[in-house]
Design a protein around this ligand. Structure first.
Ligand SMILES: *[C@@H]1O[C@H](CO)[C@@H](O)[C@H](O)[C@H]1NC(C)=O
Ligand SMILES: *[C@@H]1O[C@H](CO)[C@@H](O)[C@H](O)[C@H]1NC(C)=O
Length: 490
């Protein structure tokens, strides 16, 4: 995604590259199956990709040039970009005194073990698993009894399918934007070589909860449509322009897809952890506060606990838990406090704390395919048919895998620090997924700590919530329904 965003400013600076001319050789082979795959891919062209492009253009045109970087600008005091120690005291800010800091746990080095005090009478060990992302493992974070209870509570509440086939309500946006095929092509063409490689289409087309196309699927589509006559897996602009239609979304909804072909194949539910919740859930929240060392209100105002069950064959392809945040993007959790009219919203999950509620008989590891990789390049994730994002096929090729062990917690930061004690840019290395469960069932729970990279917006949100609490404490359960599934992978 970052690749795509960076290509926006360039896009206006360079004219559309002329696509190389290509001879049309018509293959007679055309099957119903291939056609349906084509429809699948076109849904993403028309629905999802255009939404992403819309965001990029929106940011671009509303921002002028060169303002893409930070969510908050205009307060450069010439300080060195280091984390101030948490006790240093508030630093003056442009509009308000900064009263909150986000301390980060020190990783030191991979393999480093530190003792943490989370419960009375016992110290836990916290081991550093990687520095990019900053990732820790804490065995025994939950007792056997607590694991069992959380699973039971989830079962009592009932779990629902984690995936929604096609995100709705994005077609209008596409129409409003009125992009020509040339413009779309140019935005998709990350490396600006005038051709669309398989990777360029695949990396853009994988939505959360969408359909997971493999390079083979895509080749089939090309063949069925005669979209790529020379079979080199590249699409020129002329070829791309032929691939336009509108009625695909309906088709996809009728057609039904196997759950193994989805981005995500699991069931989940949400457990509220606020006042009145089961004491074990309350206690877990307190433990998370102690572990993360964050201001307690931040943890309390975050999403409820998400409990997820993967059956045998379940998986979750690699993704980011948060989206990149621009001034025009609203965080789902602080939407109340955002008074811009932006239609773009993303989850802002500063930290993920993942609990393993059972030990899985086979598979089900959590993979971090690019953890501590020297560099990160989105295009390199799919090479020669090895797709590092594919957790059904290539978990063994990623850089780091965590084996699920009952009671263990893993914690990682989805954002970097801004160097001033608040949230910085999305950490692309936090890419992770759930490997396919080969035997048994896998139960996990996620605690996401929501923080708005826009400090003022976070503060305003917290003020609004506490006002609501003091006026009508009955109806103020701000995190009872956090748009549960807003799990963005932009
Ligand atoms: C948002 O609204 C608040 C009050 O409703 C106002 O004080 C603030 O200036 C507004 N911010 C922006 C950026 O418009
Ligand atoms: C991982 O790092 C290596 C060495 O810098 C690089 O060649 C490779 O492309 C990186 N992988 C990804 C997915 O960026």
């Amino acid at each position: 995604m970052m690749e795509a965003q960076q290509s926006v400013p360039e896009e206006s600076a360079h004219p559309v590259p002329a696509p190389p001319r290509r001879e049309r050789v018509f293959l007679q082979k055309s099957s119903v199956c291939s056609r349906s795959y084509f429809m699948v891919v076109m849904v993403f062209f028309h629905v999802y990709i255009i939404n992403v492009i819309a965001l990029l253009l929106y940011v671009h045109y509303n921002n002028g040039q060169g303002e893409l970087g930070g969510a908050r600008g205009g307060e450069n005091s010439g300080r060195a970009p280091f984390d101030p120690p948490p006790h240093q005291g508030p630093e003056p800010r442009s509009r308000s005194e900064r009263l909150m800091y986000l301390p980060r746990i020190e990783g030191i080095r991979v393999g480093h073990v530190q003792k943490v005090s989370l419960v009375p009478d016992r110290l836990h060990e916290m081991r550093t698993l990687s520095l990019k992302p900053l990732l820790f493992e804490i065995p025994g974070f939950l007792s056997e009894e607590e694991c069992r209870l959380v699973v039971q509570l989830a079962q009592l509440k009932g779990l629902t399918e984690s995936q929604v086939m096609v995100p709705e309500g994005q077609e209008e946006l596409a129409e409003q934007l009125d992009l020509s095929p040339e413009e779309i092509f140019n935005l998709l063409d990350l490396n600006q070589d005038g051709q669309l490689q398989l990777q360029e289409i695949l990396t853009q087309s994988r939505v959360r909860d969408g359909i997971w196309l493999t390079p083979e699927n895509l080749r089939e589509i090309y063949t069925g449509l005669k979209a790529d006559p020379d079979g080199d897996g590249l699409l020129s602009l002329a070829e791309f322009k032929q691939l336009s239609s509108n009625a695909f979304q309906r088709f996809l909804q009728q057609r039904g897809v196997q759950s193994s072909q989805l981005v995500r194949n699991s069931r989940h539910t949400w457990l509220y952890q606020g006042e009145g919740a089961h004491h074990v859930l309350r206690e877990l929240q307190k433990r998370v506060t102690r572990l993360t060392r964050l201001p307690p209100q931040l943890v309390e105002l975050s999403e409820p606990l998400q409990v997820v069950r993967y059956e045998q064959g379940g998986h979750y392809h690699a993704h980011h838990d948060s989206g990149p945040v621009y001034p025009e993007t609203a965080c789902t959790h602080t939407r109340l406090a955002a008074n811009s009219s932006t239609p773009f919203e993303t989850s802002c999950r500063y930290i993920t704390v993942l609990f393993y509620l059972n030990s899985v008989e086979g598979g089900g590891e959590t993979t971090f395919p690019v953890a501590d990789n020297r560099t990160y390049e989105e295009m390199s994730l799919i090479q020669n048919d090895v797709d590092l994002l594919d957790t059904r096929k290539n978990c063994d090729k990623g850089n780091l895998r965590v084996t699920p062990t009952k009671g263990t917690a893993v914690l990682w930061y989805n954002y970097l620090s801004d160097g001033k004690g608040w949230v910085g840019e999305l950490d692309e290395y936090s890419l992770h997924g759930g490997c396919v469960v080969t035997r048994g069932t896998k139960w996990i729970a996620n605690n996401w700590i929501n923080v708005d990279p826009d400090y003022e917006r976070q503060v305003r949100y917290q003020q609004l919530v506490s006002q609501a609490h003091s006026t009508a404490s009955e109806r103020s359960k701000p995190n009872a329904d956090p748009h549960g599934d807003a799990h963005q992978d932009l």
